[in-house]
Design a protein around this ligand. Sequence first.
Ligand code: AMP
Ligand code: ZN
Length: 462
Amino acid sequence: MKIYNTTTRQKEEFESIKENEVGIYSCGPTVYSSPHIGNMYAYICWDVLARIKKYLGYNVNWVMNVTDVGHLVNDSDDGEDKMEKGSKQEGLSVWEIAKKYENEFEENLKELNIQHPNVLCKATDNIKEQIDLIKKIEANGFTYKITDGIYFDTSKFADYGKFANLNLDKIREGARVEVNEEKKNPTDFALWKFSPTSEKRQMEWESPWGVGFPGWHIECTAMSIKYLGETFDIHTGGEDHINIHHTNEIAQGYGAFGHNTANYWMHNAFITFKGEKISKSSGGLFTIFDLKNKGFDPLAYRYMALGSHYRKGIEFSLESLKTAEIALNKLRSYKIDSLGKVDKTYKKEFIEKISDDLAMPEAMAIVWKMMKSDLSTEDKWATLLDFDQVLGLNLKSIKTNTIKLGLSYEVVPKEIVDLVEQRKKVREEKNWAESDRLREVLKNKGYLVEDSQNSCKIHKIR
Ligand code: AMP
Ligand code: ZN
């Protein structure tokens, strides 16, 4: 399998550290507000990666963190703490805020049929591990102490900025008004922050350096190596993480162990709305539950995500979500109870695509080519269910039924499908009286049947 490694900026043949095993660490949510469709897009991408690895025969250990310690609102180490801000806004403690949004995140995972990571670890449960890691970095001479915390001295790591192709001279020039004058270099970042003397923080811990809380990059390095080892296979995140978060994680890895902790770094592009990063002001800041309230099936969003490459991102609109839902329902409409066999030729083509750096749009094209082929209906459904181990559209357990209504495929109650089938049968037997009776039954249930010479169309009476 080939994957695009941000470290080398090219597609590389994937080689796992241990045979048939793969360790994946994904930067997870900060639990201070509801996750939006952009956040969930990232986790769909990495769920697909984990599913592909499983499909190709690997044992997958997928680790994700939950950031429940406050990050500061901006990328530098000052500003307001996101968790404390959420806590003030909602009148709940930071611990309650964290619990509330962690639960909400897990509900989102279920709605989108994203597998639960093998480990979903919280920053607050791993404070000791973070302190131990800072101690290591300190012992190796990469840190210094200033008034508000312990900082990583990025000038001690010669390759700092190489990962993100940062122009450090430009950054130095741009940092004329340095917010924190005690920092030695503008790119230096906090490993441990001291609690302010003026106010008591809701979340703070004892440490060898004083009471405070971890800086916002250390948790990912600490937890990834705790669960996956000092060097592991794949680290993922959104492309916004390249310049700072992952650049700093790499620096921490070198500071502690003298090497990059992950062999492959993968990044997803962003979901946009009206051409812009989704935000409150653009009006695109939907949650999965907003989409549900608008009558959409959350899995239609997953289907939509599969339609674009993870490094390209997607322009989101409700219209394209509708189109995705119609296509998903059409796939569901192939459901039959007897299973045939998985078609080897299509499976081979499907594997070629998914193994090419998760080429999901091309893989979806194979799905449709197969569905429209002259394979038997039983074989089509069996092959589709096999592919669905990667797609994750939960086709195996659809309880609802799909029918062609007008031009699109819609999910209708099973009773309606049965009535339509029954009517089809009696018409084949030329039992017109029964056919007319069933037409009336359907009409009373809200479905209008229109017969033409050799087909019948069904419309929902609105
Ligand atoms: P946060 O909870 O803010 O830490 O973000 C969680 C994840 O969502 C990060 O990996 C981000 O890179 C990702 N993310 C945020 N906005 C978007 C977006 N519009 N499209 C795709 N991924 C996003
Ligand atoms: Zn992270």
